[in-house]
Design a protein around this ligand. Structure first.
Ligand code: HEM
Length: 254
């Protein structure tokens, strides 16, 4: 599919408008960087034997992992703050897949069908989702990610740091009797590991979904998370206008 032709086709695309505010984009890419550093430090200390690390080096990577975890926690809180106080497309409303009184399951079925067999325009070209903000199918990933997965991962990580090294926020956990500390550490470690695999699964679905969307609709989704703007169909642009009416978009054209 010829992307540049489609994006400059006035019959299909209508306007390029600001969607992702700067704070959200900054959050997204900083979060990715911290996420990757957390994975690297984890892999280093988890494979310390194979890599021949001394005990102090292993502890160093473990502590680096905890410090990165503090940064990750601040980022999670920052994103939750935006969900309440950010601009229109950062808020909960734009993360909730339900619409027109339909529940989660009917919307999910409808959206999967829509993405596998998209509606076509008069020239037979697939028509993208009319939502100007988050893709409605993507919301089924973003909502549990932001409400459950990221906060739980931050929480179990903080507990692990406190149990293992007596680090904040609960340093006293390090001095618990062994009989209590051992099973507690086991539970926390396993929850944290399960969260890690769930996050990897999210990432695979997230990237797979983005690629599928770009290939199907020849959209500008990837670059939108860099410059903050999306090229929308007339229908999407009208919804965008309605949603942003009366609220200032940070990168509004002047
Ligand atoms: C190479 C890695 C990544 C790329 C290229 C990427 C790209 C993108 C793009 C283009 C969007 C906007 C499209 C949409 O609305 O569906 C997006 C949204 C989003 N991404 Fe990623 N992403 C990556 C990694 C991650 C990671 C590691 C996380 C979290 C652990 C994440 C969480 C999100 C969230 C929550 C959104 C929705 C925007 C928001 O409400 O904050 N992404 N991503």
């Amino acid at each position: 599919m010829d992307k540049s032709r489609l994006l400059s086709d006035p019959d299909r695309y209508y306007a390029q408008v600001p969607v992702w505010e700067a704070r959200l984009r900054l959050w997204h890419w900083t979060n990715l960087l911290v996420f990757l550093l957390l994975i690297i430090t984890y892999l280093l200390f988890d494979n310390h034997r194979m890599l021949g690390f001394s005990k102090p080096s292993t502890v160093l990577f473990q502590k680096m992992h905890v410090y990165l975890g503090y940064l990750f926690t601040v980022l999670v809180l920052g994103r939750l703050h935006l969900a309440f106080r950010g601009q229109v497309f950062s808020r909960w409303r734009d993360l909730d897949p339900r619409y027109d009184g339909k529940g989660f399951l009917p919307v999910m079925k409808e959206e999967i069908a829509l993405h596998l067999r998209p509606k076509t325009d008069v020239r037979g070209r697939p028509v993208p989702d009319p939502d100007p903000g988050h893709n409605r199918l993507g919301r089924f990933l973003y909502l549990p990610l932001l409400t459950v997965l990221l906060p739980a991962q931050a929480l179990t990580g903080l507990l692990w740091g406190s149990l293992k090294f007596g680090m904040i926020p609960l340093p006293f956990l390090h001095s618990l009797p062994k009989a209590t500390a051992k099973p507690l550490t086991w539970v926390v470690s396993n929850l944290h590991a399960a969260g890690f695999y769930a996050l990897l699964a999210f990432l695979v679905l997230h990237l797979g979904g983005l690629v599928k969307y770009e290939l199907t609709f020849a959209s500008d989704l990837f670059s939108s998370m860099i410059h903050g703007k999306k090229i929308l169909t007339r229908e999407s642009a009208e919804i965008h206008d309605r949603l942003t009416k009366g609220s200032r978009q940070e990168n509004d054209p002047v």
